[in-house]
Design a protein around this ligand. Sequence first.
Ligand code: 6PG
Length: 243
Amino acid sequence: MNSGIHIFDNADELFRGGAERFCELAKEAITQRGAFHVALAGGTTPRGLYRLLSTPEFVAKVPWSGVHLYFGDERCVPPDDRESNFRMVKENLLDRLTGDKPVINRVMAELPPEEAAADYQDRLEKQLPGNTQGQPRFDLVLLGMGADGHIASLFPDTPILHETEKSVSALYVDKLESWRISLTLPVIHHARHIMLLVSGGKKADILRHIHHTTPCAAPLPIQMLMCKSSVEWYLDKDAAQQL
Ligand code: 6PG
């Protein structure tokens, strides 16, 4: 399901649109519930969004002391590794915030994968408010999407896609020859809001595919998400050129 497709002229305008929506949801959550629990996307696309959120213009709009940052997924590397999503968020957002700081809940990805997943799952259960069924509930899950239709570290044809209970799992990704820790579909489904931030012509084919074809017997991870959850799409024109 789509709860809106927002298309922007270029990546900078996309980041601005995404930052405005982030601020709106943060203020709403903090006003209504006293905190904003958000899982951030990794990869490269959101770097521009995070940098924009750290500028004085947006720092003034977000009550950062009420923001609780989590990660949608993490590579199983130390936090100072160039592959680390935490390091990417630290460099593009956290180190640039000069005033109030958010509460950071990073994945302890330097631990053995199963241990890191269990630790993160435990912290989500303790720190996130529960939904009506008692499952951990994010106010926002911000996701990117790969050209193969993966979201977070939910890659096509991986067992994690069939997890129905746990909020967090460790998985070995054959094609990357590396371990990842990822939120699972159930906890993403429970989120109050889900934003997909997609930029660049390399994502045009996959966007056309998922918006113009009915999910087949083996839906892609993004299609599995869309079957049960409303997604807000934030795209630039290059990515949306085939829609
Ligand atoms: C990661 C991300 C991953 C990312 C997509 C898109 O850890 O890499 O969580 O799901 O969002 O792979 O990556 P780009 O934004 O770099 O295209």
